[in-house]
Design a protein around this ligand. Structure first.
Ligand SMILES: Cc1cc2nc3c(=O)[nH]c(=O)nc-3n(C[C@H](O)[C@H](O)[C@H](O)COP(=O)(O)OP(=O)(O)OC[C@H]3O[C@@H](n4cnc5c(N)ncnc54)[C@H](O)[C@@H]3O)c2cc1C
Length: 322
C-alpha cells in the first residue's frame, strides 16, 4: 500500500508500528522514490503531497468472496441460516428482550424467541430500535452512532492495461484535492472510494424527530447531471454504501443496559470489514462475560466517546455531516 499525503497519517502509522515494537517493512518515501518504484503514478496529481508511507505488507481483500466463504464455513459448522427481515424486537412484560419478529419473503410475520438476541444491523441500528419501541427513549441510539455513507465507484479499463494496473499498489491519497483510495485492477474492474462522508436524516413518525438511516435502495446508484456522458459509460457503477459510525469510532459490543438479553454489536469507523475473521470471538466473549474489563469499557453502549482517531468522522457523528 502506498499512502501519498499531507495530513501526517502515514507518519503516525509508521510511528505506531515502532511504538508497539511490531516488526514492519514500512518506509517513508519521497515523491521521487515513490515514482521510481511505481512509475504507473507518473501522471498522477502530486500537488501538495508531502510524503509517501509505503507498506509492502499491507494490501486488500475481496469482500464478496471473503463473506461468501465465511457463510460456507458457518453453514458447514451447523448454523441454521434463515433469510428474513427482522421487523422489531419482541419485548416481554418487563420490557426486556425476548427475541425478534421476523418476516420471510412472502410469508407472514412470526416471533422468533431466544434467550439472547444479538442486534448487528449496522447502519439500520437507529431505525430498528426506533421501530421497536419509539415510546421508550432509554432504548434509543440517541447519538451513540450515526448511519454514514460514502461514495464508491467501479471502472472498467482497456484489457491491454490489465497487467500494469493489477500490479499497482493499493493507493491511498490523503490529499484535499483527491481524498480517497483506489484498489488495483481485479476481474476487469478498478475500484475507488471517496473519503467524504454523508448522512441521510429522515423523520421517524413514532419518535417524532429525524434519525439517520441509509437512503432507500433505489437511490443507491446515482449520477450528478454534471458528470460527462463519456465518464458515465466508463465508470460501471456508483454506490453510496453506508456504515454505522460512533463519535469516537470505536465499536459498540455490549448488552443494552436498559433492555436485558439484548446485545448490540455495531458501529465503528468505516473500517470494520477487516475484522470479519476475529470480531465474532469478542462478541461471544462479551455475551458470556469473559471479555477483558478494558474492552468492556471501551466498547460499552454508555461511554465517554473520547479519543477519536479521525476527527472528520467525529465531526460527522456530532454534527450530522462533514
Ligand atoms: C464506503 C465504505 C467503504 C468501506 N471500506 C472499508 C474498507 O476498506 N475496509 C474495512 O475494513 N471496512 C470498510 N468499510 C466498513 C465496513 O463495510 C463496515 O464497518 C462493516 O461492513 C460493518 O459490519 P456490520 O456487520 O456491523 O454491518 P453491515 O456490514 O452493514 O451488515 C449489517 C447487515 O444487516 C442487514 N440488515 C439491516 N437491517 C436488517 C433487518 N431489519 N433485517 C434483516 N437484516 C437487516 C443489512 O442488510 C446488512 O447485511 C467501508 C464502509 C463503507 C460505507
Amino acid at each position: 500500500m502506498l499512502f501519498a499525503e499531507e495530513i501526517g497519517m502515514g507518519q503516525a502509522s509508521f510511528e505506531n508500528y515502532r511504538s508497539l515494537s511490531v516488526e514492519t517493512r514500512s518506509e517513508i518515501l519521497s515523491k521521487e522514490e515513490a515514482l521510481t518504484r511505481f512509475p504507473i503514478f507518473q501522471d498522477a496529481n502530486w500537488t501538495g503531497v508531502k510524503e509517501n508511507y509505503f507498506n509492502p505488507q499491507s494490501g486488500w481483500g475481496e469482500a464478496d468472496e471473503a463473506v461468501a466463504s465465511f457463510f460456507t464455513a458457518t453453514l458447514a459448522s451447523g448454523v441454521e441460516f434463515i433469510e428474513a427481515t427482522a421487523e422489531k424486537l419482541v419485548l416481554d412484560s418487563d420490557g426486556n428482550c425476548a427475541g425478534v419478529v421476523i418476516s420471510e419473503a412472502g410469508g407472514p410475520s412470526r416471533e422468533f424467541l431466544a434467550d439472547r438476541t444479538i442486534l448487528c444491523v449496522g447502519a439500520y441500528t437507529e431505525k430498528f430500535l426506533a421501530d421497536t419501541a419509539p415510546e421508550r427513549s432509554e432504548l434509543q441510539v440517541n447519538g451513540r452512532l450515526i448511519a454514514a455513507g460514502a461514495i464508491q465507484c467501479k471502472a472498467t479499463y482497456p484489457p491491454e492495461y490489465e497487467e500494469q494496473l493489477s500490479k499497482a499498489p493499493v493507493h491511498f491519497l490523503g490529499m484535499w484535492h483527491t481524498h480517497g483510495e483506489s484498489i488495483p485492477a481485479f476481474k476487469g474492474l478498478l475500484k475507488f472510494n471517496c473519503e467524504v462522508s454523508f448522512t441521510n436524516m429522515t423523520r421517524h413518525d413514532g419518535l417524532g424527530r429525524d434519525i439517520s438511516v441509509p437512503p432507500p435502495a433505489d437511490t443507491q446508484t446515482s449520477w450528478n447531471q454534471n458528470v460527462p456522458e463519456g465518464l458515465k459509460q466508463e465508470v460501471a457503477n456508483v454506490f453510496k454504501n453506508t456504515d454505522a459510525v460512533s463519535p469516537n469510532q470505536d465499536l459498540i459490543i455490549d448488552y443494552h443496559p436498559k433492555c436485558a438479553n439484548l446485545v448490540i454489536a455495531s458501529a465503528g469507523s468505516f473500517h470494520s470489514w477487516k475484522f470479519l475473521p476475529n470480531i465474532g470471538e469478542y462478541v461471544v466473549k462479551r455475551i458470556f462475560n469473559t471479555l477483558d474489563e478494558d474492552l468492556v469499557r471501551k466498547w460499552a453502549w454508555d461511554r465517554e466517546n473520547t479519543g477519536a482517531a479521525c476527527e472528520i468522522f467525529q465531526g460527522l457523528a456530532k454534527d450530522g455531516g462533514c
